[in-house]
Design a protein around this ligand. Structure first.
Ligand SMILES: [Zn+2]
Length: 343
C-alpha cells in the first residue's frame, strides 16, 4: 500500500492516461480491475471486524469500499483531509455490484494516492477549484446514476405489474405538491442499528437493540407528495434530502434553531413547492414487493431547471479544456482487464 502526499515527484508519465473517471468505470464489466481518479466528497465510519474491516468513502458521489489496512491507514489520512476534498487516485481497484448499484472495492494489490500530480488529477483539481470559486458543492451535483437512469412517468412505475427485470434505477419528473413534515425533516437514529429511537428527556431508547440510553444521531427524512400531469405519488427522501436543502442535517437543525424563517435552508425547502424536480428512484425485485404502488424512496433529487444549467456549464468547461474525459475502450475478448492499455 502506498499513500502519496501532494508533492511527490516520481514520474507518472506512461500511466497517468490510464486513470479513468467514475463515469467511464460505470461502463466497465463487473470484476474489472482499473485505476480510477476522482474527488473525495465523504467518508463514512469504519465497520466490521477482523478480515471484514472496511470503510466506505464517496468519490465523485460513488462509493469506494476500502478493505482491511486501507480502511484503517488510508481511511484515517483521508478523514483528516475530508474538508479540503482532495483528489484521490486508486490503482488496481475492482468494480463490484451490490443490488444493482455499481461500486468499487480495493483489492490486495491496490494503492491509493492523495492529490497526485499527473495530468488528469491536476485537471480535476482545477475543475474543483473552478466549482468552489462559483460556490458549488460538487457533492450535490447530479450523479452518473441520475444521468443514466431510464426516464419514466409516475404512471409507468406505480403498478405492481411494472416489469423491471433489467433496470434498477429510474427517474421521473414531478412537481412537489406538499411537504408532509416540513417542520421536522429528520429523526433520531440509533448509532448501532440506524433504527428510529425514542428520545425522552435526552435519553434515547432503541426498541430494536432493546437498550436504554443508546448513542444516537439525527438523520434526514423528508416526506413529499408529488405530481406530474397525470398522477401523484409519495416520495420519501433520507440522506438525499441534502440535495434539496443543500446542507447536512446538523447544519440544517442548527440553522433553524433560532428563527427558522431566517434559515436559507428552510426557505429553500418551503420554496421547493410547485417546482419541478427529477427524482431518482431505485426499484428492484425486493423494493418492488414492498412498495404499495404510490410510495417511493428517492436516492437523489435535482431541480429540473438547474440540471439543464449545469449541463451547459459542463459543456463550456469541456470546450475550454478544463475537464477532458476519455472514452474507455472495452476489450470484448478480455473484459476483465481494461487498465494500462498503452496508446
Ligand atoms: Zn438500535
Amino acid at each position: 500500500m502506498l499513500v502519496e502526499e501532494s508533492n511527490s515527484h516520481f514520474s507518472t508519465i506512461g500511466f497517468s492516461n490510464n486513470f479513468i473517471s467514475f463515469d467511464e468505470a460505470s461502463k466497465c464489466t463487473n470484476g474489472t480491475i482499473f485505476d480510477i481518479v476522482g474527488i473525495l466528497v465523504d467518508i463514512k465510519p469504519s465497520m466490521g471486524e477482523g478480515s471484514k474491516k472496511r470503510r466506505e468513502i464517496v468519490v465523485d458521489r460513488k462509493t469506494v469500499t476500502l478493505w482491511n489496512d486501507f480502511s484503517e491507514i488510508d481511511g484515517q489520512v483521508l478523514q483528516k483531509l475530508i474538508d479540503e476534498k482532495p483528489v484521490v487516485a486508486a490503482c488496481d481497484v475492482r468494480k463490484t455490484s451490490y443490488r444493482g448499484n455499481f461500486s468499487i472495492s480495493t483489492t490486495y494489490i491496490s494503492s491509493i494516492m492523495i492529490n497526485p500530480k499527473f495530468e488528469k488529477a491536476v485537471a480535476l483539481q482545477k475543475w474543483h477549484d473552478y466549482k468552489k470559486a462559483k460556490n458549488i458543492d460538487i457533492s450535490l451535483l447530479p450523479s452518473i446514476q441520475l444521468k443514466n437512469a431510464r426516464e419514466v412517468k409516475i404512471e409507468d412505475i406505480k403498478d405492481d405489474s411494472f416489469d423491471n427485470k433489467e433496470d434498477t434505477y429510474f427517474k421521473f419528473n414531478a412537481r412537489i405538491k406538499d411537504i408532509m413534515n416540513k417542520d421536522e425533516p429528520w429523526y433520531s437514529s440509533c448509532k448501532k442499528c440506524y433504527k428510529k429511537v425514542d428520545v425522552i428527556n435526552n435519553i434515547a431508547k432503541c426498541h430494536r437493540c432493546g437498550v436504554e440510553n443508546v448513542d444516537y444521531q439525527e438523520k434526514y427524512i423528508l416526506k413529499l407528495e408529488v405530481f406530474d400531469k397525470k398522477e401523484r405519488c409519495y416520495v420519501t427522501l433520507f440522506e438525499s434530502t441534502r440535495y434539496l436543502l443543500g446542507c447536512d442535517v446538523t447544519t440544517y437543525i442548527q440553522s433553524i434553531s433560532q428563527k427558522k424563517e431566517e434559515s436559507k435552508f428552510y426557505r429553500k425547502l418551503v420554496l421547493s413547492r410547485e417546482k419541478e424536480f427529477t427524482f431518482l428512484v431505485k426499484i428492484d425485485s425486493k423494493n418492488g414487493g414492498d412498495r404499495d404502488g404510490r410510495r417511493f424512496i428517492a436516492e437523489e433529487i435535482q431541480e429540473v431547471e438547474k440540471i439543464a444549467a449545469i449541463e451547459i456549464d459542463e459543456e463550456i468547461q469541456t470546450e475550454t479544456g478544463i475537464k477532458k474525459t476519455k472514452k474507455v475502450e472495452e476489450d470484448i475478448n478480455n473484459p476483465i482487464i481494461c487498465k494500462k492499455s498503452q496508446n
